[in-house]
Design a protein around this ligand. Structure first.
Ligand code: GDP
Length: 501
């Protein structure tokens, strides 16, 4: 073994687990995290959805020992799928919360797929067992049907029944987390420069750009520089999850760093450097190539629907972008022309001053100049607090803007079974509707042995000698057709209409 590897192993120390709490909305993630943290964030949430990733450290008494655990809260709405996937990456263990009352939901399955894809160890917390209709066995059966075999049911996935409301079973859950973490033998090295993930970033009018970093390994000290793809910051102050200032922090801790030169991307990896030049070099070298100018309109000849989006945090922005890009159809593609953190300004309106565009805000306001310009140029600004409402609105707008193509469609056809009379251009014939419907006033194409031979107009329709406006499939009818062509028995008349596609 080389001396450097020996040194590395010697420097390793046990690392507290980073636990991500996931699951379907309303199954009790926030309540569980609240119970563990003994604070209350649920009340503050707009629309009942946790909108941002947040993280906190706890010290739990487990089996007579004090154990540190870092918890990550993932937002509940499916719009946050991308962050959740990143949540899965940054965490060591997942706790999948399933309400024993409501059972397995699409988001539960989606989360399971995400956990399995990342090969992350996980524990199932069957919540709301205090509710009379809670049915633990039913959920276990459902899990088995979805390929998840829990302990005691022929499998190894740990399952703990809890009530986030009464606290029942939560000590067992924490014990299970500790046990799982021991099995993972999580370690870190305090003697190397910190590295980890950006878990949220936002713009503060006073402090500038700030980001929450989750340290996965190493130590971070004031005076160092942190860098991620396309952004860097001097570490002037390190704030812990409680807002206290620290001189240094190490693995498994979430910390807030302010003073970034650009918005760090949520989910991106950060590294720490002693010298500013090294940090700048790293930021530039890894600058994201996907942020290319998207003014390029030609994309498989589909029409573009342009969106300018401003949000309060990059986490929300990221999630909204992911969802918006899914909204296109075969004729229309949704493209983000501009996005950013902070209020909607005049600049956003100027960018959006093109056909098929929208200016959207999420948890932000529009400044005076922006509103004035929007009124002048007749551009709509829409501001939302709930992601799915924003997405639904854009969906509707995309549908409205999708170009309609008219295609010729046969809406009715009939076989001529008798010819009664011919008077100048008007002929009276009898027929039977083969398919669809034929209405008075419609233009028909006349076919003989499958070949189109001419056209006519339905002047009058009758069923058993009584005038009618239309005739439907299998009805026999008499019709006066205006046509230059002499219609014969066996001919077929077809109504060809232009239908929106
Ligand atoms: P989240 O969307 O997964 O974060 O769910 P919340 O934590 O916001 O919980 C949704 C609702 O379920 C809230 O009204 C909670 O009070 C309630 N709830 C959560 N856990 C429990 C529980 O164990 N028992 C009962 N009775 N209600 C719970």
């Amino acid at each position: 073994m080389s001396t450097s590897i020996k040194k590395e192993i010697k420097n390793l120390s046990p690392r507290p687990p980073i636990v991500v709490v996931m699951g379907h909305i309303d199954h009790g993630k926030s309540t569980l995290l609240d119970y563990i943290r003994k604070t209350n964030i649920t009340k503050k949430e707009a629309g009942g959805i946790t909108q941002h990733i947040s993280a906190y450290e706890t010290e739990c008494e487990i089996g007579g020992q004090k154990r540190k655990i870092t918890f990550l809260d993932t937002p509940g709405h499916e719009a946050f799928c991308s962050i959740r996937a990143r949540g899965a990456l940054v965490a060591d263990i997942a706790v999948l919360v399933i309400s024993a009352e409501d059972g397995i939901k699409p988001q539960t399955i989606e989360t399971l797929d995400c956990i399995k894809k990342d090969g992350m160890p996980f524990i199932i917390a069957l919540n709301k067992i205090d509710r009379p209709s809670a049915d633990i066995d039913k959920i276990k059966t459902g899990l088995a049907e979805n390929g998840v075999l829990v302990e005691g049911w022929g499998g190894t996935v740990p399952v703990v029944a809890i009530s986030a409301k009464t606290g029942e079973g939560i000590a067992d859950l924490l014990e299970m987390v500790a046990l799982q973490s021991d099995m993972e033998e999580l370690t870190g090295n305090l003697f190397v420069s910190a590295e980890g993930f950006v878990i949220e970033s936002s713009l503060d009018p006073k402090q500038g750009i700030s980001a929450t970093l989750l340290i996965k390994n190493g130590s971070l000290k004031t005076g160092m520089f942190v860098a991620t793809e396309g952004a860097y910051a001097p570490v002037r102050a390190i704030e812990n999850y409680k807002g206290e200032n620290l001189k240094e922090a190490s693995f498994s801790s979430p910390v807030r760093i302010v003073g970034w030169n650009a918005q760090p991307k949520v989910g991106s990896q950060f590294k720490t450097f002693i010298k500013k030049e090294e940090a700048i070099l790293f930021a530039e070298k890894h600058a994201d190539e996907s942020e290319k100018n998207c003014q390029n309109t030609s994309l498989n000849s589909r029409t573009c629907f342009w969106v300018v989006i401003k949000a309060d945090t990059s986490g929300s922005l990221d999630a909204i972008e992911q969802e918006l890009l899914k909204l296109g159809n075969e004729k229309m593609v949704v493209k983000i022309i501009s996005k950013g953190i902070g209020a909607i300004t005049e600049r956003d309106l100027k960018i959006a001053n093109i056909k098929n565009s929208l200016v959207l805000g999420f948890n932000v306001s529009a400044d005076k100049n922006a509103i004035a310009l929007a009124t002048r140029n007749n551009i709509e600004i829409k501001i939302y607090k709930i992601i799915y409402e924003l997405i639904d609105f854009v969906k509707e707008k995309v549908e409205e803007a999708t170009p309609v193509e008219k295609v010729e469609t046969i809406t009715g056809s009939a076989k001529i079974i008798r010819v009664f009379s011919k008077n100048k251009d008007k002929q009276v014939v009898g027929g039977r509707v083969a398919e669809g419907e034929i209405k008075s006033g419609e233009i028909v194409k006349i076919f003989r042995r499958d070949a189109e031979i001419g056209e006519g107009k339905i002047k009058e329709l009758q069923i058993q000698k009584i005038k009618t406006a239309s005739v439907k499939e299998s009805q026999e009818f008499g019709v006066m057709i205006e046509s230059k062509l002499e219609i014969a028995e066996g001919d077929v008349i077809k109504v060809v209409s232009l239908v929106n596609k």
